[in-house]
Design a protein around this ligand. Structure first.
Ligand SMILES: *Cc1c(COP(=O)(O)O)cnc(C)c1O
Length: 433
């Protein structure tokens, strides 16, 4: 498989180039040159598959022969080693729990697969690969876990000071060894901007072999298509299936669009955001107006300029009307989010996290006009990751899983910088001396 930039379809790149460069030189985003359909008999017989075998089929199709198939199979078995649970909350309403991986967020799918693919592609190099990643919370933890102790790879995680939950911060700052945390006095958008600038900086690229682990990396996007198939496989009824996606950078939703292109019979998508509503606004008005992000309780979605938007546009051939006919967009306030968490808990005994709660609201809004649809709400994080907000909304304590509880006593280690590119650059250059 070859990959092209969303800004230039003429030049083709290899898998190794696309994954290790992360961004093409023209500052577009890599996409596979084609998105083939999966074999119809594979889709017809999904019931016989599992997460790892679906992952293998999808990645074989989208990565081609650049990774030997036995290696790819092993990567998928290791990466997709935890379940996707589909829970029927009420009538046509299902929650697809994507948080059963090691860091309790759906980003484990992308990070675990990508780290192994990168490690394979990097195997012949003697200089280390340096991963720069900006996080609004969950990416950092998943990337730290996925890359921890992976040979030949150093990771720098930039996160907004005060912008992530206490336990999220512990997940970023306590791994040590090849995982380095940088606390930035600024927003997630600032962090993302610093990383983007670093990739375009010739001086840094002289000294470092830089790669990205953000959802702009194609090796993180591809494995996210897997759970759409797995969720679908687990549904009793396969008619009128609508995926409802709590969205920030829109990697999750983009992966769903790719799953559908590969033959998954999805009726419709719902993009649910918090008040950072650039994409719902685009869907309703046809105007795309990026702006600074605003802080909310669903902080992993506090994104003012979603990085995967050019891929979404690309998948719809630049047609706003086509995108509109496949995706409904809705945005919700923190108050509405808290209220629905309480409501769903009181009515059905199900505990949503704030991100899943935003999606739940999106589903309710969509359902009004589409009562016969089956809604699959992607629950992207375990509620205990956002324990404070959830406990306040529910008015009761919730159980904290062991994987999080044991972080409390670990010591945070992070460097602190201003949201200033020259300071960031000097910091990285000093590391090389
Ligand atoms: C990252 C994240 C999101 C947003 O996903 P995108 O792919 O950036 O749209 C939603 N919920 C949680 C819990 C996340 O960590």
């Amino acid at each position: 498989m070859k990959y092209f930039s969303t800004k230039n379809k003429i030049v083709a790149y290899s898998l190794e180039e696309a994954v290790l460069m992360s961004l093409p030189p023209d500052n577009g985003l890599f996409m596979p040159e084609k998105i083939p359909q999966l074999r119809p008999e594979f889709i017809a017989n999904l019931k016989n598959e599992n997460v790892a075998s679906i992952g293998y089929e999808i990645s074989k199709t989208l990565l081609g022969d650049d990774i030997p198939h036995d290696v790819l199979k092993k990567i998928c078995n290791e990466a997709f080693s935890f379940p996707v649970n589909v829970v029927n909350v009420h009538n046509n309403t299902y929650v697809c729990e994507l948080f059963h991986g090691p860091t309790l967020a759906f980003k484990d799918f992308g990070a675990r697969f990508m780290s192994r693919v990168m490690s394979y592609l990097n195997r012949k190099h003697t200089t280390p690969l340096t991963i720069l990643v900006a996080t609004s919370g969950d990416t950092g933890g998943a990337v730290a876990d996925g890359f921890h102790n992976v040979e030949g790879i150093e990771v720098y995680i930039l996160y907004p000071s005060g912008g992530v939950s206490e336990l999220q911060e512990k997940q970023l700052t306590t791994y040590g060894n090849n995982i380095h945390a940088i606390e930035v006095k600024g927003t997630f958008d600032d962090c993302q901007h610093l990383v983007k600038q670093a990739f375009l900086d010739p001086k840094l690229n002289d000294v470092y072999r830089l790669a990205s682990a953000n959802s702009i990396n194609i090796a993180r996007l591809i494995p996210q298509t897997v759970y759409y198939f797995e969720a679908f496989r687990k549904l009793a009824s396969k008619e009128n299936v609508v995926f409802v996606v709590p969205s920030g950078n829109f990697g999750n939703l983009t992966a769903g669009l790719i799953a559908r292109k590969m033959g998954l019979p999805v009726e419709h998508f719902v993009a649910a955001t918090n008040i950072n509503n650039v994409v719902p606004e685009y869907l309703s008005k046809g105007e795309y107006t990026p702006r600074p992000s605003q802080a909310t309780i669903s902080n992993a979605m506090d994104v003012g300029n979603p990085s995967n938007f050019p891929r979404m546009i690309e998948l719809f051939g630049n047609s706003w009307t086509d995108m509109k006919s496949s995706i409904n967009g809705y945005s919700f306030s923190d108050d509405e989010t808290k209220e629905i968490m309480k409501d769903v808990y009181e009515k059905f005994g199900y505990i949503l996290d704030p991100h899943g709660a935003v999606a739940y609201l999106g589903w309710l809004a969509y359902q009004i006009e589409n009562p016969d649809s089956i809604g699959v709400i992607l629950e992207t994080a375990h509620p205990a990751k956002f324990g404070d907000s959830v406990e306040k909304a529910l008015g009761r304590k919730i159980d904290i899983p062991e994987a999080l509880e044991c972080l409390r006593n670990k010591k945070k280690v992070a460097d602190f910088i201003q949201a200033d590119y020259e300071e960031f650059k000097a910091f990285l250059l000093a590391k090389k001396r």
